[in-house]
Design a protein around this ligand. Structure first.
Ligand SMILES: [Zn+2]
Length: 425
């Protein structure tokens, strides 16, 4: 079992040292998959037993979420006795997909997030308030908590609790970091400001699940809102249950670094061919040192690009740009390609808007978009919602006003993350 000791960050080593280590771990992972994973045993049967280079990785088949769903049991490579934690992700056909972790995988997750948090500048002196869920068959909250502890810091696991309870903890404890979903943390910032709670000691806002950057690395309105409360302290992390690895921004905030010994990341085009750094495509991840459910060339469905320039922080491993869209959420409206974020960014900038969600329907050439908006002040007309959306997106969508509690229930009701995009296509 690997030990995942938090020592010197491999990313600071010269590129050839990182590459050699990644290659060694890749070969270990391929051998393990062929031996223990029923899915890969079959799929890779015709691959010769030899040493593979990082360059050879492109010849391996991609694994999609649909594969995971269709052959879920066949992906589990560890015996039932060795499985320690089971979570579920939303499957491609609506049925939840099972992901299983061994004890070593949980230790690996802690190492992954400890490495990422350390890169943001967090130290063993930090106390992190965890505002995301640790239960509901979810891994992220647990991973971030374990990562903070592995780094030597302390956690306060208040989870999905009320703004009042978080404010009370911040008022009475020397909290220095907040881990959570950015739209929620922005609401918390506003609440702290409105109620005169001192939040100046909080130096790390670690954001999960919602984009903080656009394709051009400019900040989204939501990120700007957070920066208003905590200037220079807002960090993005990207992770998923399947890839068991997180990409966290370092203190220079110029793209996400994964721990160099935990994954190999590629960007591929529509046909699955690797794209050079800087070009936009689908993020494909090969996690290393995984036991429970190892994956080779996993298609995440998320769109981003690799950043070729060396990072000013001195780490040499490949950085990932912001996840600015999900491939499945692409909208085709009257010949124009748009993403939900194009609409959400506009709504985030309108002061009077309290909450919103989008429903997409249509089976023909053009998608039908319905936007549901609730207001804290004024209405659709006085906030010029229609004009502002048109100015940005150039396409008209159907707008509906909804009550604040109904919108809240729809967005936060049934899931662990805020859900603003409902695909009825
Ligand atoms: Zn860096």
């Amino acid at each position: 079992m690997p030990s995942f000791i938090l020592k010197e960050d491999l990313s600071f080593q010269p590129p050839e040292v990182i590459q050699a280590r990644q290659e060694e771990l890749l070969n270990q992972q391929i051998r393990y998959c062929r031996e223990k994973s029923p899915f890969y045993k079959k799929q890779l049967a015709s691959f010769p037993d030899k040493h593979y280079t990082l360059e050879d990785l492109k010849d391996f088949p991609l694994t999609s979420k649909h594969d995971l769903h269709l052959h879920n049991d066949d992906f589990i490579a560890a015996s039932q006795r060795d499985i320690a934690d089971i979570v579920f992700t939303s499957g491609t056909t609506g049925k939840p997909c099972r992901i299983a972790y061994t004890l070593s995988d949980l230790q690996r997750l802690a190492y992954s997030d400890a490495t990422g948090f350390r890169a943001t500048g967090m130290t063993p002196d930090d106390i992190a308030l965890i505002t995301c869920t640790l239960d509901r068959c979810f891994i992220a909250g647990l991973a971030y908590s374990m990562g903070t502890v592995k780094l030597g810091g302390a956690i306060i696991r208040n989870g999905l609790n009320t703004l009042e309870s978080h404010a009370d903890i911040i008022q009475n404890n020397p909290v220095t970091a907040i881990v959570g979903v950015p739209s929620f943390v922005a609401k918390l910032g506003q609440y702290l400001a409105d109620n005169g709670v001192d939040y100046s000691k909080i130096r790390h806002i670690l954001c999960i699940g919602e984009p903080l950057y656009n394709r051009d690395m400019s900040r989204t309105p939501l990120a700007m809102k957070l920066e208003g409360f905590w200037p220079g302290c807002v960090y993005s992390t990207y992770a998923s249950s399947e890839m068991v690895t997180s990409f966290t921004e370092c203190s220079t905030r110029k793209g996400g670094h994964p721990a160099a010994d935990l994954c190999i990341v590629e960007i591929v085009d529509e046909d699955g061919n690797p794209l050079p750094p800087g070009e936009t495509g689908e993020v494909v991840v090969t996690p290393l040192q995984v036991e429970g459910m190892p994956l080779i060339r996993f298609r995440t469905g998320d769109l981003s690009f690799l950043i070729p320039e060396p990072c000013p922080c001195g780490r040499h491993n490949m950085r990932l740009g912001p996840i600015f869209a999900r491939k499945a959420q692409m909208l085709k409206i009257k010949g124009t390609t748009l993403y939900p974020a194009n609409f959400f960014d506009v709504l985030d900038q309108i002061e009077g808007v309290d909450n919103y969600y989008m429903e997409v329907s249509g089976t023909g050439l053009s998608d039908e978009v319905d936007l549901y908006v609730s207001f804290r002040e004024g209405d659709m007309e006085s906030n010029h919602v229609k004009e502002k959306l048109l100015a940005r997106t150039r396409v008209g969508v159907r707008l509906h006003t909804v009550a604040a509690d109904a919108a809240h229930k729809k967005v936060f009701g049934s899931t662990r993350k805020p859900l603003r995009f409902f695909d009825l296509r």
